[in-house]
Each structure stands twice: as C-alpha cells, then as structure tokens.
Design a protein around this ligand. Sequence first.
Ligand code: GAP
Length: 532
Amino acid sequence: MTQTQSMDKIIALAKRRGFIYQASEIYGGINGFWDYGPLGTLFKKNVREAWWQDVVLNPCQGKLGPNGERVRILPLDTTLIQHPQVWVASGHAANFNDPMVDDRETKQRYRYDHLAVYVPSKGWEAIRAGVGGPPAAEDTGKPFFAYLPDSPSEAKQKKKAEKAWAEVQSVPLPQVPKELFPRILAPEAEKVGTLTEPRAFNMMFKTYVGATATEDDVAYLRPETAQGIFVQFKNVLDTTRVKIPFGIAQQGVAFRNEVTPRNFTFRSREFEQMEIEFFCHESEAGEWYAFWRDWRLSWWQSLGLAGENLQLREHDPDELAHYARGGAGTSDIEYRFPFTAPGFGELEGIAHRTNFDLMQHQKHAKVNLEYFDPDRGELLPNGSRKGEKYLPHVIEPSAGLTRGVLALLCEAYTVDESRPSPEFLRLHPRIAPIKAAVFPLVNKDGMPEIAEKLYNELQQRFWRYGPVEMDAKQSIGKRYARMDEAGCPFCFTVDGETAKDQAVTVRDRDTGRQERIAIDKVASYLAERLGD
Ligand code: GAP
C-alpha cells in the first residue's frame, strides 16, 4: 500500500468509526475545520488528559529538574480573545504572515517557502517543467520545474526521475529572481509563467467586540495559547507562592486562517494546543531547554510513538523564529506522517524564547514584569543574598493536541491481511477511547446475564479511564473486528463454559491471542494494564 492509499484508508476509518468528521459536512463542509465524533472525542480527551496529568498534576511524572528539585507547573485558562495590543506586542500582528504564491492556471495556492525550482547542472535554460515532484525522465528538457515537497506523488515520481535527474539542484523559490517567474512551470500547471509573485496573508482571524462593529472594535481569535500565559505571568506570581524556576501550562483552542489547510487535520484553521511556558534564570536556560526537549520526546514515546517515525530535529540557526534568536536553541519533535513520508512533519516545538515575550509585554503594556529573586545576587555578611531583579527567560514546549491525535492515529493504524478483519488500531491502552468490551458468546443460555454483571462491575470501577462496552449483537468475529477498529485493547468473552468454570476468555487486540482467566480476576487484570 502506498503512503497516499494508507492515508486514504486512515481517513476512511476515522470517518466510518466516528473518530473525525468534516465540519458542517451536510452543507458541503468548511475547509480546514474538523469535528470529532464519539470515539474521536474520547480519544482526544484521553490525550489531553494524559498531558494534563503528566504536566500539571504530576509534573514530568516525578522526574527531577536539572536543579535536582521537583518541577513546578501551575495551570492557567485564559480567553480566546485578548486585548488587540497583545498581538502587537507578541509580533503576531506584524509577523504572522506566510508569503504565498498563487497559480493563476490551477487556482492552487502555495507557501512561497514550500516551493523549489529544479535546475539541472547545465543551467537555467535546460530545465524542464513538471508536476508535483522531481520530474519523470521523459519530461526533462522542458523549461522550468516547480516542486512541492509534500506532494503525495513525490515518492513515485522521485524514483522514476532519479537517474535522469541525478545532477539536478533544487533552488528554493525565495532564491529565484523575480524576473525568472514568467519561466517557471508551477506544480500541476500546463503552461509556464502562471505563478504570481509572493503576497503576505495575515493568519489571525479577525472579529469585532461589541455591537457597533467598527474598525475600533477589531479583535483577533488567539493564534496560540502561549500569549495568554505571558500576559498573566505577573498575576500568577503575585497570587501564588511560586518561585522561579516554574512553568505555567495551558491547553486550548487556537485559530489560524491557514491559507492552505491540508493533509486531513494536520494543518487546520481551528485546532488545539498544549503549551508550557517555563520561566527560569537566563543562566539556567540551556539546561532547562535540554531537559524539556528530552522529556517531551520521551512523553510522546510513552504514548506509542516509539519507533522510527518519531525524531527530534534541532533548528539550524537561520531557521530560528525571531523570539528564539540568541537563545539556547529550538528543537522540533517530528512525526513521519503518511503524507510527509519519507519526510517528517512537526508535532511539537521546544524553543528557548529568551525573555522576548515578557520584554515586549513590559514595553507595550508599560508594566514592570521583572521578578525579584531573593536567592540570587551578592552574598551578604549575614549569609543571605542581596537578591536580583530580572526578566526571566522562557523554555516553551508547544504541542499540537489535534496534530498529536493524528500522529497517534496514523501510528496505530495497522493492516494485517491474515486476520478476518485486517484493519485495526494499535492504540496504547492509556489513550484508547474504549478501554474494554464484554461479550456473551451467544445471546442466550445464561451468558448475557453473566456478561451484564461483569460489564456493570468493570464499568463502575473503570469509567474514569473511559467507557467499557457491552455488545451482544452479531457474530463474535464481527464484534471483535468492531472493537479492533475502535482500538479497544481488551475483549472479555463469556462462553458456554463460564457458568461451570467461572472463567472468561480475554483476547488481546494486537496478537488476537486468547487466554482464559477467572472471572473474579478480570478487574485486577484490567487495573494492572490501565495502570490503576
Ligand atoms: N507558541 C508557539 C507556537 O504556537 P507553533 O509551532 O506555531 O508554535 C505549536 O505551534 C504546535 O501547534 C505545532 O507544533 C503543531 O503541533 C500545532 N499547530 C500549529 N499550527 C497548526 C495547525 N494549523 N493545525 C494543527 N496544528 C497546528
């Protein structure tokens, strides 16, 4: 199965089993917006909860920070609409632009920095034009070629063209002189010269606060949850007894008017983030940056992104965002999605944002945001310290919840043709939407009654982790298949022997292996596997 086919199958399963639907589907949908169905809502909530538990309730699962102390994290919940000056101070009003180029022929719009022109070593004049990926051998010799890195046809075309284009160099479009634009053939275009020059689009959603809706009432839906944290930094300091180093964590919806929403939920216009702003002294920023980078990677691994599809990538210095220049660095945790393969797409960024944001808000709001640290500064004769005032530096692990859900879904999707129903989701029990199912083998002979009793017992004990299901309809094979597609890790079946031996079979979703266990041990069996 190609990567494109596997993505189509994942999207089909997500729809069929009620994980993810297109928003407003009965009206033809709305581009870049997605709804989560019953299973998807449970699944997303489990990922969100896992983060909440491991970041806020039990920070870093008890792992000590580089200072040898417990990591301190406080929760926060700020509004979607902030004072418009917040986005001026943060730089979003001025910088949150992606320059785009339009193709007048195909009406496609591309990120300027996502396109490259392919140039053979012979020089510009000998370049061919092509569609979607490195050119097919028979297409060489045409004038110019525009290449879209995440095109689904890339891998296929790349192979074909490998030999003929061994010496081709790719030149990022931003480096191609504007006078050469008339000679570029855009991806999927038939004629050359149809790409427009780049234009900037601000990605913040505009709205109006109040009934008059004049230009004085303009406000924006937040494009990230982070700024709410910086804006409330002083209130959190003043109303709690927290001391630096500490972090503030927030989860919530963010909006970006993405010009090219694409790849299922990967780039949406409304999505959810899970962000930590960790405040520390500048001298300790390097070690906290390394700490968060490594722990965040291990956290995604603990949820099942454990293989080669996950990688950590350090940004090159010229790639750093404006707020991260001069800091200890930025790393992306990346996942190899079927639509990015063989490449990777960002899942979470860990950035040393220096003290850029607090400095900006201090300047724009004209409020002193400095922290007084009594444990720093000159040592006094009485053994105490003089103290030091400073604007803390920030390490920001910023994860996409909805993008994480997509990565976990892609990773879990498995096809095993040897099974009666080949498709299933290998979801980690912690995030699986349904934790267990109970089946009577047949819906008679006293089996439904025993199954109902077991179901009630499990549901009452485990509902905090997620629902347990009871299913008595259709053949046992169909019921297993339904649970496999929902990613349910454990199915317990009451059969004709149960009344005699007081035992049920438990079937493992991933191996299909069945084991017989005493009915009064089912709860402890499940508890152990759910980490209860
Ligand atoms: N506060 C920093 C910040 O927002 P970002 O890299 O722009 O950084 C953080 O976003 C994370 O949010 C990304 O790693 C990604 O997981 C998620 N994200 C960003 N834009 C998204 C979009 N359009 N759709 C879905 N998730 C998105």
